[in-house]
Ligand binder design. Structure first.
Ligand code: NAD
Length: 302
């Protein structure tokens, strides 16, 4: 029998992920607070519901793809009598897969509350960007019990290519935080090197090719060049619209700092990256893709 899925959160990532589940033959009912987001997936043939409770009717699996910890805790745990949260009403046996990037402690808290109600929950944050979400080639970093992770495999495979079981509940989020801290660092480093080269007379496309084939090569240069005009189809080529928002990267760097404090880990470059993204966001760039950090580095004294 086809698995029935309620998909909650149809933004830059969740929208294409819901579409891929639908294309793979799962029975998906999708919902988002934004009517535009609902209309985008409806145009791809996915059933949409106007409210979360409508989307949940008959759902065996709930998948969420929301911005941050507070949205995920609000959805599942509620925030008072007026909003009791989904865990209070989901039938026992419902399986929950949260793909949002949130604090490991939040993921563990919601999973423990779910388990207490006879529900299973895994954290399954992703990497691969909006292009990976659209192509169904995301990497999933999963935390939770082995049988829940195994049961989720067919769904994750419809949305992604690499699926890693990182460990117990929250472990997927820890892996994601480490990965995104490194992403921020090599994006800033790549933007800094490209800007230095251009300011010294180099063509950024030529410099990018040289560094990609040399010891400076990294994912930001290979897949997500931050300099406009070098690479087609990336946010830099469309004024930094779409993609992975600066404020979402800033959130992830805050999660890295929390994890570092909790474990007495030194993250000097992660801390510096967070400060640079905070300054960039404060300059009004919060909604632009995170590769727009190059604009901060391109500024020169008047
Ligand atoms: P987004 O802001 O584009 O989308 C989030 C969506 O959630 C919005 O459409 C919003 O309306 C909806 N939403 C919020 N609260 C809701 C609720 N209670 N019910 C229903 N809908 C609700 O964000 P995104 O870029 O899709 O990212 C989602 C998550 O994935 C974030 O945690 C982000 O850090 C992570 N992520 C993003 C990327 C990327 O490249 N964009 C890559 C990897 C991971």
């Amino acid at each position: 029998m086809t698995t029935t899925i309620a998909f909650i959160g149809l933004g830059n990532m969740g929208g294409p992920m819901a579409v891929n589940l639908h294309k793979a033959g799962f029975k998906v009912t999708a919902v988002d607070l934004s009517a535009d987001a609902r209309a985008r997936v409806a145009a791809e043939g996915v059933s949409v519901a106007a409210t979360t409770s409508d989307a949940l009717v008959g759902a065996q699996v709930v998948i969420s793809m929301l911005p941050a910890s507070r949205h995920v805790e609000g959805l599942y745990l509620g925030d008072g009598a007026a909003n009791a949260g989904l865990l209070a009403s989901l039938p026992a046996g419902t399986r929950i897969i949260d793909c949002s990037t949130i604090a490991p402690a939040s993921a563990r808290k919601v999973a423990a509350a779910a388990q207490a109600r006879g529900l299973s929950m895994i954290d399954a944050p992703v990497s691969g960007g909006t292009a990976g979400a659209a192509a169904g080639t995301l990497t999933f970093m999963v935390g939770g019990e082995a049988d829940s992770v195994a049961a989720a495999q067919p769904l994750l495979q419809a949305m992604g290519k690499n699926i890693f079981h990182a460990g117990d509940s929250g472990a997927g989020q820890v892996a994601k935080v480490c990965n995104n801290m490194l992403l921020a660092i090599h994006m800033i480093g790549s933007a800094e090197a490209l800007t230095l080269g251009v300011n010294n007379g180099l063509d950024p496309a030529v410099l990018s090719e040289i560094m990609k084939q040399s010891s400076g090569g990294n994912w930001s240069l290979e897949k997500y060049n931050p300099m406009p005009g070098v690479m087609a189809g990336v946010p830099a080529s469309r004024d930094y619209s779409g993609g992975f928002g600066t404020d979402l990267m800033l959130k992830d760097l805050g999660l890295a700092e929390e994890a570092a404090l909790a474990s007495a880990s030194a993250i000097p470059l992660g801390g510096l990256a967070r400060n640079l993204y905070a300054a960039h966001s404060a300059s009004g760039a919060g909604a632009l893709d995170f590769s727009s950090i190059i604009r901060l580095l391109q500024k020169k004294p008047a």
